[in-house]
Design a protein around this ligand. Sequence first.
Ligand SMILES: *[C@@H]1O[C@H](CO)[C@@H](O)[C@H](O)[C@H]1NC(C)=O
Length: 539
Amino acid sequence: MKSSILTFTASLLFSLAAANPGHGHGQPTFQQRCAHLAQTFHPDHKTQVLVAQFVPSGTNFTNPDNHPTCQSKPFTITLTDMCRLRLKVKTSHTSEVELEAWMPLDWNKKRYLVLGNGGLGGCIAYPDMGFTTWLGFATIAHNNGHLGDTAEPMLNNPGVVEDYVWRAVKTATQAGKKAVKHFYNTAIRKSYYMGCSSGGRQGLKAAQDFPEEFDGIVAGAPANDINNLWSISGHYYKLNGNPGDARYLSAAQWVAMRNEILRQCDGLDGVTDGVIEEPRTCKPRFEALMCGAGQTWASHQCLTATQVDTVRRLYEPYYGTDGKLLYPEFDPGAEVNSDVWGGEPPGAAEWWKYAIFNDPNWDFHTQFSLQMAMDMKNLDPYGISTWKPLAKLKQKGRKLLTYHGLQDGVINSGNSYRYYEYVSRTMGLTSTELDSFYRYFPIPGQSHCHSGAGNWYVGATSQVGRVLGAKNIPTEGGVLMSMVKWVEEGIAPETITGRNMNSQTGVQSSIKEHCKWPKKNKYLGGNPNLKESWGCTNP
Ligand SMILES: *[C@@H]1O[C@H](CO)[C@@H](O)[C@H](O)[C@H]1NC(C)=O
């Protein structure tokens, strides 16, 4: 309690010092109203104001409360005058969520946006907040119920696990709405959600269980069916082993394998550009890279038969002891951007140690097995699999847009196709019927959430703020602004505009309209860097 009062006092002094004295007409200014939030905003006994401060445009915001495990950029340059509010809300007697509301001076469109988390949660998406606040959204981001991209706080604390699964995002959404309404003293007109990876799973959780909170939900590379995702990462590690193992491939060997896969499959779509438009149609012959008699990696950049066997098994779907699919296969062409090849998978190992077995000494090597994967699938704590049809979303008239990079080396894109078809079958709706509330866009050449060899930039979370870090980057036709158009003007997206942007310079080298599944991108001829050279197939 004491330390939070000190924080509050310090931030109040800062806010008053930053307030612009030129606007005094008896009415408190934006800056003053912001600074006074600590006194005026008391929604309930569970909610505590930690910081209320005016932050002018151009501030170098150094992410003061982010945990060292948060891999985000260490600072964010704000792009608009705004009010920053940090709240703490109790979620159970052993858990709480911290959230930030960044409320821009110019809020004419009265749009509200909640951002998701990545990995094991716990990191506030400050760079994304800078971007979306600049776009005019009153933006909420939160720590998902614990600090840091780690599961350690889940040890013997089921409350923290439940927050991670669903409760933090719902609590932060509702607390943020109260704060925004209070601060602007007016109603929110439209409410949105956007997240990728774990944040994509959080979006699907909202779409399945509490869609009434959002008019539109954008979920990228969703980590749903996460029990099996963690298990397949354990399976990959067991197959690939460690440096020195006969079956292990080094990073350079994976580059060679990726190049061989591209040699065999890149041209399938008519263009040799480093992007396989539909990786699922690529069935490479990995044996093409196998050494002949007397050849070695050092002499011929070839692989042993044992290594080729590793590779072949990595590209197979993962099946359970009952013969049913646990998780779809790795996407050919996504090799080099993958974090599944080297070492114990940190996300899965921490989840099992801290959230499941409550034993920091739990040993991956002796404990992980296919039977354990089956057990994890059945355990499904608090419904973390996030694998349900979208009846509520449809009934409430809310909208969901998903996208998935097809060069995603972290979450195999087959998962997003599989979820779409599952929803279609279980609800008995054709893709045309799903179109009224659920649209899925595969993004060829996009890695996990951002970057990639193709037209990866789609105006999404973790793209502008984290990678490009600049303003005046186009957002029209991207996933967020397409959702806004769908919700506010009733114009649903048929395609999503993708761009290849250099992450260092922000220079755009190509542009393309990505087709809505079950249509596929089709090369029509001409300069492949121009969108006119591409169309969509009929499904
Ligand atoms: C913002 O502050 C951080 C930490 O002091 C510093 O490393 C960084 O260079 C600053 N960024 C800019 C653009 O001034």
